[in-house]
Design a protein around this ligand. Structure first.
Ligand code: SAM
Length: 214
């Protein structure tokens, strides 16, 4: 048995379910995916604490609660194709891989993408592809997506991501200044988009053509 299983059970009970995340499929995925495998060995002791963890290149793996909350807001179904912008460690992609048919994850730092790819492969995920590139432009070759999730803060919603949503598709993204944002949910209805949800969050910047300029 995985020695970290008990830590994951505690993480879900005390950091996630207790704060209001109810979706049983999301909770099951958070109990299953070995978060410690997505951080360096010297950071493994911190993998299940209630905060972000450094993963190199000045980036972080998001706090467990935020991963669970965003995944719940996304409402992933088993037949869905999902785009994950900001692969980082690959942890969020693995959670999505548990819930969706197909996951495309895009990261601007080639080194982070390579490490994430290796981790996901070692864990046996066959439905996740990691790409290197500017995720503010989405990932056109596999579009449209039923769901898009962005794990970095945008000054405004990139038009490319709205364009790459399928009918009824949903986008979850932090939008605001470099230092504080609101978590927004966008749903596509034909050429119209409905926006809802405003939960305060703090993310690293989304850097790219339709994001922050460096
Ligand atoms: N989801 C990740 C995980 O589970 O480890 C954590 C993501 S971290 C908070 C944000 C990531 O977004 C960083 O790895 C950063 O390099 C990446 N990023 C920032 N701007 C990007 C862009 N335009 N395209 C792709 N990735 C980007």
């Amino acid at each position: 048995m995985d020695p970290y299983q008990a830590e994951r059970e505690r993480m879900v009970a005390y950091q996630i379910a207790s704060k209001g995340v109810k979706d049983e499929k999301v909770l099951a995925a958070m109990r299953k995916v070995p978060r410690h495998r997505f951080v360096s060995e010297d950071a493994q002791a911190y993998a299940y604490v209630d905060s972000p963890v450094r993963i190199g290149k000045g980036q972080t793996i998001s706090q467990p609660y935020i991963v669970a909350l965003m995944t719940e807001l996304l409402g992933v179904q088993p037949e869905h194709r999902v785009l994950d912008v900001g692969t980082g460690s690959g942890y969020q992609a693995a959670i999505l891989g548990e819930l969706a048919a197909e996951v495309h994850s895009i990261e601007r730092h080639p080194e982070l993408a390579e490490t994430a790819r290796a981790t996901l492969e070692a864990l046996g995920y066959k439905n996740i592809q990691v790409h290197v590139g500017d995720g503010t432009e989405g990932y056109a070759p596999a579009a449209p997506y039923n769901r898009i999730i962005v794990a970095a803060a945008a000054p405004s919603v990139p038009q490319a991501l709205l364009d790459q949503l399928s009918e009824g598709g949903r986008l979850v993204i932090p939008v605001g200044s470099r230092y504080s944002q609101q978590l927004e949910v966008w749903v596509r209805r034909g050429d119209q988009y409905q926006q809802s949800s405003n939960i305060p969050v703090v993310f690293v910047p989304l850097i790219g053509k339709q994001g922050w300029q460096g």
